[in-house]
Design a protein around this ligand. Structure first.
Ligand code: 13P
Length: 252
């Protein structure tokens, strides 16, 4: 790894998978993997958070929620608040994952409100952006990324991490080529430079997500504007997840 490189970050988004026993077994096997060349955070579903937070206690591995409501408490059946995530042991939260945007109709403005709410409680928002297949085919990728990014950051959180997750690559086995991913990451970093200035944009970690696996991780992470991964399916297998994280330490 080049000495100037941002320290990589790898998130494991478990989505709606695992029961408590699976989560405990995963953490046991994963933590036996030893020292890792990246920061790591797991995003289990809400009922698993206390189990995972307890298993990770005293380690460097972080724990995060997959979503939060912008308000602190109230009559919002089925939602979870920032204070509840903190109370369950979280230090991170996903905001604007495409499955939330598409399954639950989350708008850019709601994503911004969620990211701001996260910061009120010291949770680091991991803001997800990405274009659909139709948007890419219509050559609207950059327009969509810029809209999502500017909306999330206008009067948005001061602290955040970004993930580029092209919707057409999520859960499909069709990974973005390293060139396509780098082009999008570079575009996002250039926009961050305009919004935050050169130094802040250079310090930001931009993760790639979408069908990342141990076979494609090496080549993806070799690109200069990729600073780690947000992994879905492969994060359910401790060996595959460890292999992806270890690829962040190679200078391929
Ligand atoms: P997959 O790795 O299963 O494609 O999921 C990516 C993702 O959505 C991570 O948030």
């Amino acid at each position: 790894m080049s000495p100037n490189r941002r320290r990589p970050l790898v998130g494991g988004n478990w989505k709606m998978h695992f029961l408590r026993e699976d989560a405990t077994n995963f953490c046991g096997a994963f933590l036996a993997g030893g020292a890792l060349p990246a920061d790591v955070v797991l995003f289990p579903s809400f009922p698993l958070l206390p189990t995972v937070a307890e298993a990770l206690e005293g380690t460097d591995v972080g724990c995060g929620g997959q979503d939060l409501h912008p308000e602190d408490k109230g009559a919002h059946t089925g939602d979870v608040s920032g204070p509840q995530l903190v109370d369950a042991g979280c230090s991170w939260v996903l905001c604007g994952h495409s499955e939330r945007r598409h399954d639950h109709g989350e708008s850019d403005e709601l994503v911004r409100q969620k990211a701001v709410a996260a910061l009120r409680y010291g949770l680091t928002p991991l803001i997800c952006v990405g274009e659909t297949q139709a948007e890419r085919q219509a050559e609207r990728t950059f327009e969509v990324l810029e809209r999502q990014l500017r909306a999330a950051l206008s009067e948005g959180p001061a602290t955040f991490t970004l993930a580029y997750e092209p919707v057409w690559a999520i859960g499909t086995g069709e990974t973005a080529t390293p060139e396509i991913a780098q082009e999008a990451h570079r575009f996002l970093r250039d926009r961050l430079t305009e919004m935050l200035g050169e130094a802040a944009a250079q310090a930001k970690r931009i993760l790639y997500g979408g069908s990342v696996n141990p076979q494609n991780a090496d080549e993806l992470i070799s690109k200069p504007d990729l600073d780690g991964f947000l992994v879905g399916g492969a994060s359910l297998d401790p060996e595959k997840f460890l292999a992806i994280i270890r690829s962040c330490g190679s200078d391929s």
